[in-house]
Design a protein around this ligand. Structure first.
Ligand code: CO
Length: 171
């Protein structure tokens, strides 16, 4: 397994609409293993979509950090995921590995229902709220070439992550 480099803006692969996966063959299985390795390589990383590692295929992985220390992270792998229902609305802080150094508040659903296939090809349905709902919306957006900055009313809403050592008056 390999930790894959993350593509960042303005890489055009991030703006391409990804293709659906047909048969889940060896190359897709290797992609999934490498994406899992890549997400686990950095603590706090929650989600990764195939276009972020340069592959225009509808594959996402999400790793929700454990609530209790010492527990394993919960990994979710979805192939051809689709949002089938969204409900509620909330404003939450969001950032993306492909847009380093920035964050912003975006509008997301309170809960989402998603269907897709697992790596064995079996259809799965997930009803999610909180961090998992946000991660599913964010990663499925990636498959459509959409980034969280596209949900902002204006780019003025995008905030720079300041290095902690910089005093506010020098920022
Ligand atoms: Co992202």
């Amino acid at each position: 397994m390999t930790v894959l480099p993350i593509r960042v803006l303005p890489d055009p692969v991030l703006r391409r609409k990804s293709k659906r996966v047909g048969i889940i063959g060896e190359s897709t299985k290797k992609l999934i293993a490498d994406m899992l390795e890549s997400i686990h390589a950095v603590p706090g990383r929650v989600g990764l979509a195939a276009p972020q590692v340069g592959v225009s295929l509808r594959v996402i992985v999400i790793s929700i950090p454990p609530e209790e220390e010492g527990e394993e992270a919960e990994d979710i792998i979805l192939i051809n995921p689709e949002i089938i229902k969204c409900s509620g609305e909330r404003v939450i802080e969001e950032a993306c590995l492909s847009i380093p150094g920035y964050h912003a508040e975006v509008k997301r659903a309170e809960s989402v229902s998603v269907k897709g296939r697992n790596p064995s090809g079996k259809e799965v349905r997930i009803k999610a709220k909180e961090l998992l709902a946000q991660a599913l919306e964010h990663e499925i957006d990636h498959l459509n070439g959409v980034l969280y900055i596209d949900h902002l009313e204006s780019m003025d809403k995008l905030q720079k992550v300041e290095p902690e050592a910089t005093p506010p008056d020098k920022a």
